[in-house]
Design a protein around this ligand. Sequence first.
Ligand SMILES: [Zn+2]
Length: 412
Amino acid sequence: MSNDVRGCRFCGHPLEHTMLDLGLSPLCQSIVSRDDLNRGQMFYPLRAFVCDQCWLIQVHELVSGEEIYSHYAYFSSYSDSWLKHARDYCDMITERLGLSEKDQVIEIASNDGYLLKNFKAANIPALGIEPAANVAQVAIEDGIDCVVEFFGVATAKKLVAQGTQADLLLGNNVIGHVPDLNDFVAGMKILLAPNGTITIEIPHAINLIEGRQFDTIYQEHYSYFLLTAMRRVMRRHGLELFDVDEIGTHGGSLRYYARHAEESGREIAPIVDQIEQREIDAGLTNLDTYHDYARVVMETKWNLLEFLIRARREGKQVVGYGAPGKASTLLNYCGIREDLIRYTVDRNEMKQNTFMVGTSIPIHAPDMISETKPDYIVILPWNLKEEIMQQLDHVREWGAKFVIPIPELMVL
Ligand SMILES: [Zn+2]
């Protein structure tokens, strides 16, 4: 436990409780080229706090969004299961809300347009808001309107002044990456049309604790939400959570539905209270639960290191699959370098022939696995393990096994 001078990102209460200290960690989305190996890399303290007033789990903003998104390399279109998830969502929400060409859909953090293109195909007006210019450009080239900006009150007011409001306002995996949470949600309130609906998808922090998903903590990921905290954030900004879907993405996410609080009197789905109660029952509004967490995470680290060292001593070749942001936390926290994981591979061409930040593990194209026939493949994006094991079915030919590091070490 240690005190910190900064207050909670949402409620301003002093943050007095460290949930987990992961030591020093670099920015996980950085691209490290061969030339960069001769340069220094910046490491920042990576510490997660929990606020005992609103139960928002959070990491301080030590690096500005501008610095992070200037070399942002995440393109949503590289995951098949994620594309299908987006299509399914668009079908579901179009039917549920009865969306037509008269409605305006706005997506915050629209990335490369992988989701909005489904609305566009259905002739439903779609607008993206995306701060990473190189990523937004891909969407614009596909004919999807994009505002290249960080979202907040200023952007919302500008759009409203132009006569644009959202009948459906969505933000997937973005609210956790926003340094000024209150400005962001206040902006959503402004941009939402009077009878509009907000949907927000974000990993459920119950899995961060119970599922030991500590590698989802990284510099660029500022806030980790329980429903308990999300509900308070919405309320404070005049919005009301009225339904939740439990979905499997990113190791277990919630899709929150919100509307203007002024529409009170409308029904709230029982699942909202049920999930809040589940969080209370799991001890997530009790500090003792958070105090135990560091020990559990250390156990996960030791198990992985034990496995890797033993495999190496037995002369086995171990490689990785994937180079997601979460791998940076895992590898840096565990101190895993090329001696323990020889290389990793990624389907994203921008990451190929570069190196994992901090640990300098080389990233190759997936073909490298067939060329070197490793004994073990550590699946770093463990949330996509089924999809990846299917894609890599051919490695069974030479008897390779898959290693899943989280929540508990599994060799399959
Ligand atoms: Zn708080």
